[in-house]
Design a protein around this ligand. Structure first.
Ligand SMILES: CC(C)(COP(=O)(O)OP(=O)(O)OC[C@H]1O[C@@H](n2cnc3c(N)ncnc32)[C@H](O)[C@@H]1OP(=O)(O)O)[C@@H](O)C(=O)NCCC(=O)NCCS
Length: 183
C-alpha cells in the first residue's frame, strides 16, 4: 500500500514527513535498519544477522510492500534523511483477517521527539479505515520502557508473554510481551 505523505512537527520544532519509500531508496532503508539494530537490543534483528540482509533484498522488500494491498512500510524523513521506519501488515486469511500487526524502529538520535507517536497514530488510522479490522497487535522486549510507555499511551494493553523469547550475546534471556489494541 502507498500512503500519501504526512507532514509532522517534531518536539524540537523541526519538520519531518512520514511517507512510503521508493525501491530506489533501498540503500537508505538498509542503512537505517542496520543502524537501529546496532543501537538497541530491543529489536529482533541483530548485527550478527547482517549477512542475511542486503540492499537488493531491501529493494525487493519495498517493492512487495508498495504493491501489497495488505501491508505498508512508512519512513520518517528529517531534512531529507531517513531516520526510522514503521510497518503495518494485515492478515488476509478468512479467520484472521480482522487482525493487523505493527512494528517501529527509529534511529537513537531521533528518539523521544514524537516520531513514534506520529507513526503509531498513522498506523492506527490506517487500521481503522480498513474494513473488518478490529484489532491491532504488536510486541516489545522486556525492559523497553520507552516502547511500552508509547504503546500504553496509545491504548495498547499487554495480552501475553513469551518467557525467555530472546537471548543476548552475553546470555541474558528476556521476555517478549504481546500487546493488543481493540479498534
Ligand atoms: C520505542 C520507540 C519506537 C519510541 O518512539 P519515540 O519516537 O522515541 O517515542 P515518542 O517520542 O513518540 O515518545 C512516546 C512516549 O514514550 C515515553 N517516553 C519518552 N521518552 C521516554 C523515556 N526516556 N523513558 C520512558 N518512556 C519515555 C513517553 O510517554 C512518550 O510520550 P509523550 O511524548 O506523550 O510523553 C523508539 O524509541 C525506537 O524506535 N526505539 C528503538 C527500537 C525499538 O525499541 N522499537 C520498538 C520495538 S517494540
Amino acid at each position: 500500500m502507498i500512503i500519501e505523505p504526512i507532514p509532522i512537527r517534531l518536539k524540537d520544532g523541526r519538520e519531518a514527513v512520514l511517507r512510503c519509500l521508493t525501491p530506489e531508496e533501498a540503500p537508505a532503508l538498509f542503512e537505517s535498519f542496520l543502524r537501529c539494530a546496532e543501537e538497541t537490543h530491543f529489536l529482533y534483528v541483530d548485527p550478527m544477522d547482517r549477512d542475511k540482509y542486503s540492499v537488493d533484498g531491501e529493494r525487493g522488500f519495498l517493492e512487495e510492500y508498495n504493491s501489497s494491498e495488505s501491508a505498508a512500510l512508512i519512513g520518517c524523513f528529517v531534512d531529507g534523511r531517513l531516520v526510522g521506519t514503521c510497518d503495518i501488515t494485515f492478515k488476509t486469511d478468512f479467520k484472521s483477517r480482522h487482525r493487523g500487526g505493527v512494528g517501529i524502529a527509529i534511529q537513537r538520535e531521533f528518539w523521544s521527539l514524537g516520531i513514534g507517536t506520529a507513526m503509531l497514530q498513522t498506523l492506527i488510522s490506517i487500521a481503522r479505515s480498513r474494513q473488518g479490522v478490529t484489532q491491532l497487535e504488536l510486541d516489545f522486549i522486556e525492559g523497553n520502557s520507552r516502547a511500552r510507555a508509547l504503546y500504553e499511551k496509545m491504548g495498547f494493553r499487554i495480552c501475553g508473554v513469551i518467557p525467555d523469547a530472546i537471548r543476548l550475546s552475553d546470555g541474558t534471556l528476556l521476555n517478549e510481551y504481546m500487546m493488543i489494541l481493540k479498534l
